[in-house]
Design a protein around this ligand. Structure first.
Ligand code: HEM
Length: 463
């Protein structure tokens, strides 16, 4: 599909010149997100960035994003940048294309349909309650909590219990370290260590080998548990899945890779989203008060049910706005198989195209005062006026996040329960900035907050 008249297709794509040989690599390395935001501001919604010997196209024009994700999505594959993910996840939903991907997605999709996802609600409630009981203890002792550790633990426990039927709590301390490391590995490019084969005992390779050992052991335990109990709806689908062409059951490697994919894609993202949502609400008193009023009114001191969640509309808008400013998967690449045109510019075969919800979500053409946190941007009448693909925290088209309904349900429940019981404030001197050296928009370092119980107002009775 041509988005502009053919004459425009011969235009040179604008973009920063950078320095000889390296191009814009130094600015990219200094702060990728800031650099990409500047590039959008200075060169528009389609630009070309030179990174050493390679070039990438940064695309935020909504029509062009739609073209890549939906209109001509067959032409845009995961490509070279996703190869890095395979080191850890192997060949799973996130890293594969074509018939293999299609068959795997079809096999796993039923666990993520609306009715199935509703079952995640009670697990989220249980895990959040347990977390908040711990916060109450800490509040009594005047201790802060680290939101990074807490949210990661919460989403890992919920995911493991609801999809795999497995209580992962005893393993969470070990897993945090492992997950931190693999997320780094998956995104880091241009280091010498990357070029060496995996058998060379570099620090990086030793850590990757350790992480894979931990994951492999975990996968084995979960499968054994499922074989004994039958628990875990996704586990059931994965164990029963077969190749549509041959009828052969998935191999152990296929099962392992999909389990790792779901674990890694599913819990860290949701944890990062919850963390930014909590910080955003805590830092904006008028939004926080509106949120508290809604939660107290709808829940009247009870734990939320899935039906309650439908009525927590402002809570949803707080989550939406936080996902706009801080989309956990803030950048994702595609490679063009054949030559194409985007926004009237030629894109040669083999080009890498970068889509970035972070950049698109801060485009001043569609978002007034884009750096400001304002959940009322998602009031239904306001949101209805925005073009498609100006907002895509979960991607789009056939490759849209399989877990988006699950994530949104978890986020609303956890935010509502935390709001019901606590007001959070950053410990004095605490300053939080997003780190953009990873595929996910994690904050740099720990995020210490003081939880203050608000029992009288929420109607839950004294703490
Ligand atoms: C707030 C939380 C989440 C965010 C922001 C998020 C974001 C995304 C995005 C942007 C993509 C598309 C990437 C691309 O097209 O290159 C994606 C894909 C994916 N996500 Fe999520 N995700 C979240 C939660 C989850 C959960 C809870 C699960 C599973 C339990 C999950 C599993 C996956 C998988 C398997 C894919 C690959 C889908 C495919 O290509 O078929 N995600 N996610």
């Amino acid at each position: 599909m041509t988005l502009l008249p053919p004459a425009a297709a011969s235009r040179t794509v604008p973009g920063p010149k950078g320095v000889p040989v390296l191009g814009s690599l130094p600015q990219w390395k200094r702060s990728t997100a800031e650099f990409l935001l500047r590039t959008q501001r200075d060169y528009g919604e389609i630009s070309r960035i030179r990174l050493g010997p390679q070039s990438v196209y940064l695309v935020s024009d909504p029509e062009a994003v739609d073209h890549v994700l939906r209109g001509n999505n067959g032409n845009y594959v995961r490509g070279t940048l996703y190869e890095q993910f395979k080191i850890v996840m192997g060949d799973g939903l996130l890293t594969t294309d074509g018939d293999f991907w299609k068959a795997h997605r079809r096999a796993m999709q039923p666990a993520f349909l609306r009715r199935a996802v509703a079952a995640v609600g009670p697990y989220t409630v249980d895990a959040t309650r347990e977390m908040l009981d711990g916060w109450e203890e800490k509040a009594r002792r005047g201790e802060p909590v680290d939101l990074v550790t807490e949210t990661l633990r919460l989403t890992l426990i919920t995911l493991s219990r609801s999809l795999f039927g497995f209580d992962i709590r005893p393993a969470t301390p070990v897993l945090k370290d492992v997950v931190d490391n693999v997320i780094e590995v998956m995104f880091k490019h241009g280091t010498l260590g990357e070029l060496l084969p995996s058998w060379v005992p570099t620090k990086r390779n030793r850590l990757i080998a350790r992480d894979r050992r931990v994951f492999t052991r975990l996968v084995r335990e979960i499968r054994e548990h499922h074989a004994a109990t039958g628990e875990g709806p996704l586990m059931g689908l994965i164990e029963a899945a077969s190749d549509p062409a041959t009828g052969a059951r998935w191999t152990d490697a296929e099962v392992r890779d999909e389990m790792l994919t779901i674990f890694l894609a599913g819990h860290e993202t949701t944890a990062v989203a919850l963390l930014w949502t909590l910080l955003s609400a805590a830092g904006h008193p008028s939004a926080r008060e509106e949120l508290e009023a809604e939660v107290d009114g709808v829940l009247a001191g009870r734990d939320p049910t899935v039906e309650d969640v439908e009525r927590l509309t402002f809570t949803q808008q707080v989550v939406d706005e936080s996902l706009r400013l801080y989309p956990p998967i803030w950048i994702y690449p595609r490679d063009a198989v054949e030559a194409d045109e985007l926004g009237g510019y030629p894109v040669p075969a083999g080009s890498s195209v970068l889509l970035s919800p972070l950049v698109s979500h801060r485009n001043p053409r569609y978002w007034q005062d884009p750096e400001t946190f304002d959940p009322h941007r998602f009031d239904p009448d306001v949101a209805a006026d925005r073009p498609r693909m100006t907002y895509f925290p979960f991607g789009g088209g056939a490759r849209m996040c399989i877990g988006n309904s699950m994530a949104l349900l978890e986020l609303r429940i956890a935010l509502a329960m935390i709001t019901q019981r606590f007001r959070l404030s950053l410990v004095p001197g605490g300053f939080v900035r997003y780190g953009d050296t990873s595929i996910s928009l994690r904050p740099m370092g720990e995020v210490l907050v003081t939880p203050r119980p608000r029992a009288e107002r929420s109607g839950r009775g004294a703490a």
